[in-house]
Design a protein around this ligand. Sequence first.
Ligand code: FAD
Length: 716
Amino acid sequence: MRLLLQWSGLRSNTRSSFVMPCAAQTRFLLLYGSQRGQAKAIAEEIAVKASDHGFAAEVSCLSEEEKYNLERERSPVVIVVSTTGDGDPPDTAINFVKKIKTKTLCSVHFAHLHYALLGLGDSNYSNFCNCGKTIDKRLRELGAQQFYASGYADDGVGLELVVEPWIEGLWDALRKFVTSAMSTSQKDTNSHVGDHNAKNEMGTIESAVTDLNLHLLSLNESSSQDESSGSCNTVAEGELLEASLTRSVLPLSESSLNIPALPAAFLDVELLNELQQDSTLLKPPEAAHQVVITSAKQLTREDAVKTTLLLEMDISETQLIYEPGDSFDLLCPNNNSEVEELLLRLGLVEKKHHIVKLQVKPDTKKKVSQLPSYIPEHSSLQYIFMWCLEIRAIPKKAFLRSLVEYTTNEHEKRRLQELCSKQGFADYNHFIRNPSLSILDLLCAFPSCMPTLSVILEHLPKLQPRSYSAASSSYSNPGRVHIVFNIVEFPLCPERPVPRKGVCTGWLSNLVLPILQHSGGQMMLPVAQDASIVLPKVYICSRPSSAFHLPSDTAAPIIMVGPGTGVSPFIGFLQHRKKQKEEHPDVSFGETWLFFGCRHKDRDFIFRDELGLFQAEGTLTHLRVSFSRDQDDSTEEVKPKYVQDNLRLNAQDVVRVLIKENGYIYICGDARNMAKNVHEELIDILSRELQIDKLEAMKVIADLREKKRYLQDIWS
Ligand code: FAD
């Protein structure tokens, strides 16, 4: 049964002060907390779909505190929130989380509140969906009740696996909840029923929650079956091998498809006759500090699997300050020739200097529609594609759905429909998501697809700055900051017949090529004095870390785990410590342990000499290294392969430092495998050494985390 009701604003005079619905659509409050726009986009999608289901969503960002009041909210509340960094709330949710965590709030503070929560995260990080989970837990502690089970979507395997069924199930849960609340309200009005009714109401809510749990479970089960190598469906697997980005095979090729609703267009785009000068292309749209790259060095040997570069930037002319452990955001443009290629493919290359005028379509059906804030007014087409749009973003299914409308060839049309359909999600993951395809790759593969500029602008997200940990200390290098990075390589694959480099690391490596060539790649030259080289300039902003800093108590022992480029902040820590020791010889300093790992001792052991020097003069008291590809099978001796193997070999010291001596552990680098493996190893170490079970060991780590003595700075 479909409910077409609207909250009238009248309140019942009973315990359940539910607003009585009387006409049109049922209102609910929809809050989102977004860092990079995902949660916002999903909230907007929910808002659009709501009206089809007889609901009206009132959407606000969690930071827009003037627009909502949870203390007085009687309608159902739906929250979509992402997690960023090491389990941190997105910037727009920080205040909200802080507020609800206030210790003085009592256990019935939100007893009137009924909510559903969708958390977004990435299971490659150990604190998966931490912000969503924190909000969920805290709301319940404060008496709020779920009317629908929380969904936790994992960007590591595809957000849509949970997001889509969660949204689908939301409408039923809302209907059940509203029906139940109305009947409770009605009964209350008639007979002032108390606790008994409350139990009934809860029963309904709980059953809705259970229904959804089962629904999600079955969907997850079927998706993991589809995703796995298909032991239960060998025919499908065999066929999948022959399928390609542009070709499907049975059963998908003949399956009827559930495709998403066509996203409502919301932008009117006009190319003005006014032209923009090329010089404006040099500056990013956001305020940032322009700094000079004063030197560059290749830290790895030519035969290393990955190339690691170290850059030094001069920040002396800026107000920028930093502590070791902080990072810097670098604003980078998209690759120029890729932009040209994309504009050419869109038939717009001739117009690239034209100023673009954007307006929200007056008749748009999109509920929450606004101009993209990251596209400044008066920008040329070329500028927008270079600086404002993440042209490498993996096209989402909604984008594919829109592309269908602009595709003339029937086969291509069908294939795009399949790739955005429920039935085609394994193909989507296999042929688009896993190889990290871009819109340009898709347009090359589907030549009859010719989307309008407005569709492209509606679907491509904001080009994000890239962050890099400071690999230096301003105490010992005043006015300078170092960053270290691997050049990201996307090898060619059947779906993308050209290899690519990462947007930022590829751009940076080209920028510093003259410096590297000049210095033979191996030396850090004082190029600032060399007039034959024009030093490149880049735009940066500081990105201070909330906790990833040396302990204020210099006597506290620390353990640093940083394989590969994960060692960067620890070089900053050690430089800082060395200077502190030199300037304060009477102060006592705790032990410092560094666990470093790489593939080959002779090819990619970055900062080998510097670490040796820190060790020789006592700033670094213990260095443990492991080389994963230098294993010698001919001897009996088992060498540690990864950082976690060395942690295990030093388990007693690890426990002594962390537990007996109240030390700190810092983990930096790869979030996909390393941080998880280290976490698991630490659980094993604690459980073995302290003779406690794994659950207890996990609690010890959670406690260390809470006390900011287990700190991570990880990225994928
Ligand atoms: P992009 O073009 O953005 O591509 C990278 C993306 O592609 C990633 O999502 C990756 O998973 C994926 N990818 C990579 N290779 C492939 C492949 N072969 N096929 C398919 N997908 C692939 N990085 C450092 O090197 N050093 C640091 O000190 C550092 N510090 C950081 C600190 C913080 C707080 C954060 C959030 C990140 C940090 N990073 C660091 C990561 C850095 O910001 C960038 O993400 C990284 O340099 C890649 O940027 P890019 O633009 O070159 O790559």
